[in-house]
Design a protein around this ligand. Structure first.
Ligand SMILES: [Zn+2]
Ligand SMILES: [Zn+2]
Length: 223
């Protein structure tokens, strides 16, 4: 430090030195009072020793070395931050690759599902056409059956009223159905047989109990 000297007596070494609050360096021999030995103002003194605070020591250090030390420190800071950046870059690259892989997977899955849905749609369209064709066939058959039913209803409506035109209430007069009339002549049959045989069977088959008045058979009573 060839610039270092007592601002009052210009000695460079061999004594203890101090720096004043007004910015002047004095050797211990030149400090006589609370006033600066160089400029004469009231001041305080800081002894120049190794016990000074870092921010005080730097005033007595080589600026080139300070710059170098500061540059090294800045370099360490830059390297530290660079490593942090690399870590976060690696993380995001991994994450990005993972997301790209997932995206590709989802995309392929979507394509597969789309293809499958298109295929199913084609199948369903075919089935729909087939069902529409069958529906047309069935409609034709239904119309045909309705037409046949209408044809068949005509003779059926006539058949409904043909059997059993009789009544068992009131005067108890019975007009027997055609099939019940005995083919045998009444004279050859005993009176006790009336109400049994053909007539009973006919009424039993139909769940009807017939009470036949003898007045209905005047020829039988006369004999
Ligand atoms: Zn001095
Ligand atoms: Zn001074």
């Amino acid at each position: 430090m060839d610039w270092f000297h007592c601002n009052h007596c210009f000695k460079k070494s061999g004594l203890n030195f101090a720096v004043s609050s007004c910015g002047h360096i004095s050797c211990e021999a030149c400090i006589k009072s609370k006033q600066c030995s160089t400029c004469g103002v009231a001041c305080s003194y800081l002894p120049i020793t190794d016990q000074m605070k870092p921010q005080e020591k730097v005033f007595f250090m080589d600026p080139g070395k300070l710059i170098q030390a500061r540059m090294e420190n800045i370099s360490q800071i830059a390297i530290f931050q660079q490593k942090q950046m690399e870590r976060v870059m690696v993380h995001f690259k991994t994450k990005s690759a993972e997301l790209e892989r997932l995206l590709e997977e989802v995309s392929q899955q979507g394509h597969r599902q789309l293809s499958e849905l298109k295929r199913e749609n084609g199948e369903l369209k075919k089935q729909l056409l087939e069902l529409q064709r069958e529906n047309g066939e069935l409609k034709k058959q239904l119309l045909e059956l309705q037409r046949e039913t209408a044809e068949l209803k005509k003779p059926l409506s006539q058949r409904r009223v043909s059997p059993g035109q009789f009544q068992t209430t009131g005067a108890q007069r019975v007009s027997l159905p055609v099939g019940v009339t005995s083919p045998v002549t009444p004279r050859s049959r005993a009176l006790s047989n009336v109400g049994s045989g053909e007539t009973q069977r006919w009424s039993r088959d139909r769940g009807i109990s017939l009470t036949v008045s003898l007045d209905l058979f005047p020829k039988f009573t006369n004999t």
